[in-house]
Write a protein that binds this ligand. Structure first.
Ligand code: HAM
Length: 436
């Protein structure tokens, strides 16, 4: 029986036209991260499962991880996220490193999920993380990086919003205000996470199963009704959570200073499924009605290094997926047309003797940082332009018998249709025209 030509379910083949899109996305990701001084890093594809068990959360471990026992009886997983690898790497070097550490990476990750729009089994994810920032400035910077990234793709506040919360607030509501046990808090996190996705009756049913007092249930429902930063401040102050109120207001003040507040929207149901977050948690949501989903998620984690017996070193970061980003750009018509490749010049000749000239010219042009395609055999005049267009060339050369005898080329600009007859002795002029 013939083998299946399709890639493994939920993974993608990147044909050149798809790879061009990926390269475009990664190019802007890299440029943006580097513009904030983030340094590129990478880690292994496989990690011991223990690394994820320590902090990643039940859903990832029980339902999504690709794991197997290797030939040496080690229980390993294909990385489903980058943060544990990053924390492991930072734990090796943080003592002797100047802070803050600003790092980024674009790893491929695998999660066993039901493939659907925005969800696949192998995706690439831009990770930007910063360690060892004073106060709340790391959180602000990380949000700035994410915002500037999307702005660099042409997006603005009409296209996306950042739904944000603070786990310190959620913890204080559960523990201090509601007196819930850690087991109850654990269940409450899951309920809050699902609050907007289920009906009011289903939500009430889930809450009543936790075994809270009537007063605690009321507090929870009041908390779930908070919808803006002022509400949150009043709620915290009215309930004597003064430290949480102070820290949160400090965050909002800084967000205003950094001019990112216009993208932020308080959402009490944003808690994030990963267990390591301790401070702000956020998700960037597409505002387009046909694509209401998260394209990025992140938050602050104060204690992740402790799993390696290291002192706590606060970190904050985000992961932004390539699939969700592409859907976002497509739905808002922000993705340029990358159907055809892009090359500077296509060198063709119409007489066999033109090959030598062409090869020599190609070498010189490439040495001048131009993208040059050569035709391997003489090409009939009428075929030149359709072929050059397919190759996405801006210029094309024609070398016929007359050009050969005069040591010249015809150089045609395929956009403006302008044509020049140029001497091969005047290479600078040829290069200048192509680069203009
Ligand atoms: P996450 O929310 O699991 O966070 O993933 C971040 C983003 O990756 C999502 O918003 C989505 O765009 C994309 N993504 C996740 N799973 C899939 C999938 N199956 N298919 C397509 N795209 C997907 C994390 O992974 C954290 N480690 C991020 C982080 C970095 N937090 C701090 N630093």
């Amino acid at each position: 029986m013939a083998l299946n030509k399709q890639p493994y379910r939920g993974t993608r083949d990147f044909f050149p036209k798809d790879k061009r899109v990926r390269d475009y996305l990664f190019g802007i990701m890299t440029k943006t991260a580097e513009s904030f001084g983030y340094e590129s890093y990478d880690g292994p594809l496989l990690e011991e499962v223990e690394l994820y068990k320590a902090k990643s959360g039940e859903e990832l471990i029980n339902e999504q991880i690709y794991s197997f026992t290797d030939r040496g009886e080690r229980f390993v997983a294909i990385r489903p996220e980058m943060t544990p690898t990053l924390a492991r790497m930072v734990s090796q070097i943080h003592r002797e490193s100047a802070k803050p550490l600003r790092w980024f990476s674009i790893p491929n990750l695998m999660r066993y999920e039901k493939p659907q729009r925005g969800r696949v089994r192998e995706h690439w994810q831009l990770n930007c993380d910063v360690f060892g920032c004073p106060g709340r400035l790391g959180e602000i910077e990380i949000l700035q990086v994410a915002i500037e990234l999307l702005e660099n793709f042409g997006a603005n506040p009409t296209h996306f919003e950042i739904l944000i919360n603070d786990r310190a607030i959620v913890d204080a509501v559960f523990k201090t205000m509601m007196n819930s046990t850690s087991e109850q808090s654990h269940r409450l996190y899951k309920i809050v996470d699902r609050a907007k996705k289920v009906s009011a009756e289903a939500l009430q049913k889930m809450i009543s199963e936790v075994g809270l007092t009537i007063d605690s249930e009321k507090i929870l429902l009041n908390y779930l009704n908070l919808s803006n930063f002022e509400d949150v401040s009043h709620f915290l102050q009215n309930n004597n959570l003064n430290e949480e109120a102070f820290l949160f207001e400090n965050f909002i003040t800084l967000a205003k200073k950094a001019n990112i507040e216009r993208y932020l929207k308080y959402d009490p149901t944003i808690v994030r499924g990963l267990d390591y977050y301790t401070g702000i948690v956020f998700e960037i949501y597409d505002k387009h009605p046909e694509n209401r989903r998260a394209l990025c998620g992140g938050g602050a984690y104060a204690n992740l290094l402790q799993i390696f017996d290291e002192d706590p070193l606060p970190g904050v970061g985000f992961g932004l997926g390539d699939v969700t980003l592409k859907d976002f750009l497509e739905v808002h018509k922000l993705l340029p047309n990358l159907e055809t490749p892009s090359n500077d010049v296509y060198l063709t000749f119409q007489e066999d003797e033109g090959l030598d000239v062409t090869l020599e010219l190609a070498k010189i042009l490439r040495a001048n940082q131009l993208k040059v395609i050569t035709n391997f055999e003489s090409l009939k005049f009428k075929k030149v332009f359709p072929a050059a267009e397919k190759k996405g060339a801006k210029f094309v050369t024609l070398i016929g018998s007359e050009e050969l005898s005069n040591n010249q080329i015809q150089l045609k600009n395929l956009h403006t249709k302008e044509q020049h007859t140029l001497s091969l002795k005047n290479l600078d002029e040829i290069i200048k025209i192509i680069k203009a």
